[in-house]
Design a protein around this ligand. Structure first.
Ligand code: NAD
Length: 371
């Protein structure tokens, strides 16, 4: 990298507070923890394990993801900041108890400024190993008093978000009789397809993993298309539930849907450019971090010692949350992704002012204040 100041420049671009590089030679751990903003509370966000080609790719991913968590927590009304961690490695080959415990010790070293959880490539079992070294982890197994897999809550929230988007675009919030394409039948996609089929939608699915595809089709029933052709599917709704960056110059011109509402993080390759392309095509894009906030609600609920029922109820509230985002967008003649960003940023700014005003007052434990 020819630019000698590139790490701080990247932090500055997205306004990050802190980035921690973690290395443990014995276990082979190479991790980066990104803490974007802690105005609302400790930075909570999952730990992703992925075979990044190089550390630049890993750094950019953790910066993008941790920033997204700040806005997700804010708009969801949670008293949490935004953070995320990435581990450079192959989740199929490089996991060990020692690696997770080494990571857990780094998390513990941050003394609660960052709380970790599951993400792509990590599991409840991995979180249980982290818990052996730190309390600052959520999404541990029910056997350890945790909330377990957050994906069913994410899927219910995404379903609620989709119905709010349908109400906005078609005037009716039911999926009955509509055609929906779901990209990715993993943890979230599987459950989302279940909700859709049960509610009377005609569902098309794709996945690169035969096993995930088979399980979804067998359990719920859906039509299969190839991962390459999902963008051309003649559907009313497209629900991305796999990777980020899939709404881009190549895919947007091919879309035939009127609504995009899915759980994948960072769906727009470029927020401005591709958000505007969707507006120009009259496709309603429901901002991903609002639609998929159910997972964060689930892990936040665990920290509050709340029940799964409460997390599911909260996730259903994504319907009202998105409705308010669309109302703000209409009122200010801006796209929904801009309205969501404004709403999230305003909450952070207003709380930052309270913190500056009442200097010397020790805040009560943020988690006890979550209602
Ligand atoms: P997952 O890894 O369980 O599932 C993703 C699925 O997508 C896998 O089955 C994978 O084979 C498939 N896939 C990968 N590349 C594909 C491609 N090119 N075409 C089609 N399918 C492809 O992940 P998940 O937990 O279900 O999460 C899905 C998305 O939602 C991710 O972007 C994740 O960050 C986001 N998300 C998940 C949660 C959660 O609670 N799990 C919460 C918020 C956001």
């Amino acid at each position: 990298m020819s630019n000698d100041n590139y790490v701080f420049e990247e932090l500055g671009k997205r306004d990050h507070e802190q980035v921690v590089f973690c290395r443990d030679a014995a276990s082979g751990l190479r991790a980066i923890i990104g803490i974007h903003n802690t105005v609302l509370g400790p930075a909570l966000g999952g730990c992703r394990m992925y075979p990044y080609r190089n550390e630049h790719e890993a750094l950019i991913d953790v910066l993008r993801l941790s920033r997204g968590m700040t806005y997700k927590a804010s708009i969801a009304g949670l008293n949490l900041g935004g953070g995320k961690a990435v581990i450079i490695g192959d989740p199929k080959k490089d996991k060990s108890e020692a690696l997770w415990r080494a990571f857990g010790r780094f998390v513990q070293g941050l003394a609660g400024r960052y709380i970790t959880a599951e993400d792509s490539g990590t599991s409840i079992r991995d979180m249980d190993f982290i818990r052996m070294e730190t309390d600052h982890v959520s999404g541990v197994s029910p056997a350890l008093g945790g909330s377990g897999d957050p994906s069913p809550v994410t899927a219910l929230g995404a379903f609620a978000g989709m119905r709010a988007a349908l109400k906005k675009q078609f005037g009716k919030d039911t999926v009955a009789g509509l055609k929906v394409a779901v990209q990715g039948c993993g943890h979230v996609g599987y459950h989302l397809v279940g909700h859709l089929v049960k509610a009377g939608a005609r569902v098309t699915v794709c996945d690169v993993d035969e096993h995930a595809l088979k399980r979804t089709v067998q359990d719920h029933g859906a039509v299969i298309v190839s991962p390459e052709t999902i963008y051309d599917a003649d559907v009313d709704v497209f629900a991305p539930c796999a990777m980020g960056g899939i709404l881009n110059d190549n895919t947007i011109p091919r879309l035939r849907c009127a609504v995009i509402a899915g759980a994948a993080n960072n769906q727009l390759a470029d927020e401005r450019i591709h958000g505007a392309m969707l507006v120009a095509r009259d496709i309603l894009y429901a901002p991903d971090y609002v639609v998929n906030a159910g997972g964060l609600m689930s892990v936040a609920g665990e920290l509050e010692r709340g029940s799964q029922e409460r997390a599911l109820l909260r996730a259903e509230g994504i319907y009202d949350l998105l409705t308010s985002v669309f109302a703000r967008a209409d009122a200010e003649h801006i796209p929904a992704y801009d309205a969501a960003l404004r709403m999230a940023q305003e909450r952070i700014d207003s709380i930052a002012r309270v913190r500056r005003t009442f200097v010397g007052v020790t805040p009560v434990d943020h988690l006890q204040r979550v209602t």
